[in-house]
Each structure stands twice: as structure tokens, then as C-alpha cells.
Design a protein around this ligand. Structure first.
Ligand code: FES
Length: 117
């Protein structure tokens, strides 16, 4: 049985088709990336955050004092709410950084490099 949702199946996969900074993302070439030790399938050209969201991962980090979840806020690389660690480099904005083949991404506590007060 099919459920009518009013959305095209293309829209249902939660992938970004046109990014305000990265531009149109027409590629359907896919490759694996490693996120917190798990293999996820990424689409060439899409930002890291799009890959995370496509796989149901919403939290990219936590606040240092209260451990509140952080994720997509501005979506254009200005707010720092979506920072992750990429290939050992901390504080990479996942909303504007395109995925690369073989990339290793870490979310969570590792993304906050701010000293505790
Ligand atoms: S969501 Fe604001 S920098 Fe990524």
C-alpha cells in the first residue's frame, strides 16, 4: 500500500538539491564516509550535514556546560552550531563543507575545542 504524502520521492530522501553556498547539487554519485566509526553513504558535492541528516543524525555536538544538543541553525557557515571534527581537524562547519571520499567525521564532544571555564 502506498501512502500519499504530497511529496515527490526525490524530496523524501532529505537530500539537498540546491545549496545557497555550494550551489546546485546534481550529482548522484555516492561513496562511503566514516562518521563516529559508522559507514554512511554520502552523495558527491553535498555538505557533511546533509549526509548526516539523510541518515537520521541530527546532533553534531553539545554545549560544554549543559550538554545541550547542537545542529543546523544558520546553514551558511556563520553560527558554528554544526561544527564537527574532520580527519582530526576540529571545528569544521558541517553545513558548508562538502563530503570527500574517505573522509572521517566525528560528532559530539570532540567538536568543542573551547576551554572549560
Ligand atoms: S549551521 Fe550555522 S555554521 Fe553550520
Amino acid at each position: 500500500m502506498e501512502v500519499e504524502t504530497g511529496c515527490h520521492s526525490e524530496q523524501m530522501d532529505r537530500r539537498i538539491r540546491d545549496h545557497p553556498i555550494l550551489g546546485p547539487l546534481d550529482s548522484v554519485r555516492e561513496f562511503p564516509i566514516l562518521v563516529d566509526g559508522h559507514t554512511l553513504i554520502a552523495r558527491e558535492g553535498e555538505p557533511i550535514l546533509a549526509t548526516l541528516w539523510a541518515h537520521g543524525i541530527r546532533v553534531t555536538g553539545r554545549t560544554p556546560k549543559r550538554s545541550r544538543p547542537r545542529s543546523l541553525f544558520c546553514g551558511i557557515g556563520h553560527c558554528s552550531d554544526c561544527l564537527v571534527t574532520v580527519d582530526g581537524h576540529p571545528n569544521v562547519p558541517s553545513c558548508t563543507t562538502p563530503v570527500r571520499r574517505g573522509m572521517q567525521v566525528e560528532t559530539g564532544e570532540a567538536v568543542d575545542a573551547a576551554p572549560s571555564l
